[in-house]
Write a protein that binds this ligand. Structure first.
Ligand code: SF4
Length: 448
């Protein structure tokens, strides 16, 4: 018997969208709906979509179709679509997916949850929920956390004022709006009280935090790092230009601030950076990395690279490889340029043949893995602190080091022991697995 009041959510996309998924889940629970993690047993399925680039958009569309096929087979009653795909295409999506029961733009999701409850009670509801032009940057509502209890994401601002020519995000998430330091501190306390030992700060451009409210990011990082019970505060999505250099003191010296920085540079060649409308030149990217390593000697830098951008030459692609080698970049996410309608780069000439773009992308990943294998082999024998995230299906537990952000970087496999999520273990690195993840053993006396 299908129960439309049993609801499940399929999350797609980035960590910022995951916070929205957690918000939708929280709102639905507040409405008295029964939330399940298994869409197969739900009568109503919500898909929180992503549409950043072509492949992500395809995944969203395929997921919607799959759930509509289940509905057609009588396996579920309602299909609800929310998130970035709705925000990007608005009411046009109703024509593309006429059998979807409810569409919702990005909002605080109160109205969405109310509509889903009424839908589950058999009431007729408006099929399309518009969101505010720009969502208020205030305190997030109650979230049903979907990450392991050891860490949580904390969004510090919404939107982005940059105009990168390949990016759809400003058109989806709007201009930059900082959340207040007070609301962020109280959110941090709540998340740590719920068990998080690590808070991962996310935004479209985290370094822009405070510019619209007369503050600067280091002030926020210092305040959040005072949260009782917190172990690591991790900074993601920094933008290379106008970097708040006071931050390096906190990265280097503050016990609770992870000596880690995610700073997407996108490319290393000046010509390509210019056509991407990224502020700064290749030399400025290199000088930034030089200064980061000078001021924070033990820093782990994560970055993101986009290969195959229109006009990119073989020499430009080689400059990216040289950047990886010169700065031993091992925490690297790399994408192949995807021409997105509505973005300025869509009209650019000099498209790189797909085969060539894929080959350049593959060379970046290959070099990254070579550098990573060397770095990880060098850590065997070292004593390493690990934050436990979850138990492993193969026995033992899985965790991460201070050098690894959740979901995008590496994990640590800890053999034996039954430590709980959120515990910090002293371990010794004894080997690597096939993906260059460290394999560790608990140090004697530490949770054997
Ligand atoms: S800074 Fe990031 S989110 Fe903003 S436009 Fe550029 S790529 Fe997009």
């Amino acid at each position: 018997m299908i129960d439309p009041k049993t609801v499940s959510l399929i999350h797609l996309g980035c960590a910022r969208n995951l916070i929205d998924s957690e918000l939708i889940l929280g709102r639905m629970a507040e409405e008295g709906l029964l939330v399940t993690g298994d869409p197969e047993v739900a009568g109503t399925v919500v898909i929180n979509t992503c549409s950043f680039i072509g492949p992500a958009e395809k995944e969203s569309s395929d997921t919607i179709r799959a759930q509509l096929e289940r509905k057609a087979r009588g396996e579920l009653e309602n299909v609800v679509v929310a998130g970035c795909l709705v925000q990007r295409y608005r009411r046009k999506l109703q024509e593309r997916f006429p059998r979807v029961d409810l569409f919702a733009e990005i909002s605080d999701y109160r109205e969405l949850a109310g509509s889903i409850r009424r839908l589950s009670e058999g009431d007729r509801v408006p099929r399309y929920l518009e969101g505010p032009v720009e969502r208020e940057p205030d305190r997030e509502g109650a979230r049903l956390l979907a990450t392991p209890s050891s860490y949580s994401y904390l969004r510090i601002s919404h939107g982005c004022d940059h105009k990168c020519t390949f990016c759809t995000i400003p058109s989806i998430r709007g201009g930059h709006r900082s959340k207040s330091i007070e609301s962020l501190c109280s959110e941090a306390e709540e998340l740590v009280a719920a068990g998080a030992r690590e808070l991962v700060l996310v935004a479209e451009d985290s370094t822009a935090w405070g510019r619209d409210i007369g503050k600067r990011l280091p002030e926020l990082v210092e305040a959040l790092a005072e949260t009782e019970g917190l172990h690591w505060l991790r900074l993601m999505y920094a933008y290379p230009n106008d970097f708040p250099w006071e931050l390096t003191t906190l990265l280097r010296e503050h016990d609770r601030v992870a000596t880690y920085l995610d700073i997407p540079v996108q490319h290393a060649a000046t010509g390509v950076l210019r056509s991407m409308a990224r502020a700064g030149t290749g030399d400025q990217v290199r000088r930034l990395l030089d200064r980061l390593h000078d001021e924070v000697p033990d820093i782990t830098v994560r970055t993101t690279l986009l290969m195959g951008f229109p006009g990119e030459t073989e020499q430009d692609a080689d400059e990216v490889l040289e950047l990886l080698r010169a700065y031993r970049l091992t925490r690297v996410g790399a994408f192949v340029y995807s021409p997105e309608a509505g973005t300025p780069s869509f009209e650019l000439e000099g498209r790189v043949p797909e085969e060539e773009a894929l080959a350049r992308h593959a060379r970046v990943l290959e070099l990254r893995d070579t550098l990573l294998a060397h770095e990880q082999e060098g850590r065997i024998g070292e004593e390493i602190e690990v934050l436990v995230d979850e138990s492993s299906p193969h026995g033992g537990v899985i965790g991460r080091t201070e050098r690894d952000a959740p979901e995008v970087d590496l994990i640590v496999r800890i053999e034996g022991g039954d430590a709980q999520p959120g515990e910090l273990l002293r371990t010794q690195a004894v080997g690597l697995d096939q993906e260059f993840n460290l394999v560790c053993s608990p140090v004697k006396g530490d949770h054997e």
